[in-house]
Design a protein around this ligand. Structure first.
Ligand code: GLU
Length: 284
């Protein structure tokens, strides 16, 4: 008997689920089921500006229609801001966070200026790295500006210095050492909500005892950051399985704005059955 695996599917209710989501959900569900383990559904709704209640209702409805079942109660990230605040507090006590008052426009301007210099500004998986402007503020300036809206950034160099072992294993890509420094000083608490995808997902995967984190391979680079956060917070280290990203016939990734491939459209307009959609999602 294999070791029971705990997996999760963690959609954000910012649109209707499409075939790519069906693939991710079925992949996680089947992996857990084959091992006699558990499949967890988590609602990642920290982006209050983009999340909508009717999209959340549709997630439950569409997954049930597909034939999936999951553990209850379902955890919603918007209910867990206190938990993320505790994690931030621990990182702050380790002197690993600093407030960042920059607007997007200011960051872009600074990066543009740097681009005019003889050396190109460093770039990571998400684009040019944050130039470190607010890391260099004096304690007096930080104090003076404290009432202004600000994000919290991780002092990446310090953080990596405190995390000697960052080995991680992916079922597809093998074992390697995380190199989170490729992202620079990432945001761990946004200006509008006191957490971020990276912090919330890492804290929640640990809180829900996830043993294999499954998701599409476009999120593979993010794992470098998650592995670092685990190390800093002393969280258990799961395994990962980054699976292929489903694309349409032209090789383009599915997006929530492509109505044609939402599960509702396939069901209501094209009259497909759950079996047919499951087969489409897992084909190829
Ligand atoms: N909430 C993320 C999304 O909808 C997925 C996060 C993850 O699986 O780690 O893209």
């Amino acid at each position: 008997m294999p070791t029971p695996i705990i997996t999760r599917f963690a959609p954000s209710p910012t649109g209707y689920l499409h075939l790519g989501h069906a693939h991710a959900a079925l992949f996680a569900h089947n992996l857990a089921e084959r091992s006699g383990g558990r499949f967890i559904l988590r609602i990642e709704d920290i982006d209050r500006g983009r999340c909508r209640p009717h999209f959340e209702d549709a997630i439950f409805e569409d997954l049930a229609w597909l034939g999936l079942t999951w553990d209850t109660p379902v955890l919603r990230q918007s209910d867990r801001l206190d938990i993320y605040a505790d994690a931030l507090e621990r990182l702050r006590e380790m002197d690993l966070l600093y407030p960042c008052f920059c607007t997007r426009r200011e960051i872009a301007a600074e990066i543009n200026n740097a681009a005019a210099a003889p050396h190109l500004p460093p770039t990571g998986p998400d684009g040019p790295l944050y130039p470190g402007t607010c890391r260099r503020l004096t304690p007096t300036d930080r104090q003076r500006r404290a009432p202004e809206p600000h994000a919290l950034r991780l002092d990446m160099e310090r953080a990596v210095g405190m995390a000697p072992d960052l080995a991680w294993t992916d079922h597809e890509h093998g074992t390697s050492n995380a190199t989170p420094q490729i992202f620079g000083d990432v945001v761990l608490a946004r200006k509008d909500v006191r957490t971020s995808y990276h912090l919330a997902v890492t804290v929640d995967d640990a809180a829900q005892d996830i043993t294999v984190v499954t998701r599409a391979e476009d999120l593979l680079p993010a794992t470098h950051i998650h592995r670092l956060i685990q190390s800093l917070l002393g969280l258990p280290v799961p395994e990962w399985h980054h699976h292929r990203l489903l694309t349409d016939a032209t090789g383009k990734r599915f997006a929530k704005r492509d109505r044609a491939v939402t599960l509702r459209e396939l069901r209501d307009e094209r009259g497909l059955s759950p079996e047919q959609v499951r087969a489409l999602a897992m084909a190829g």
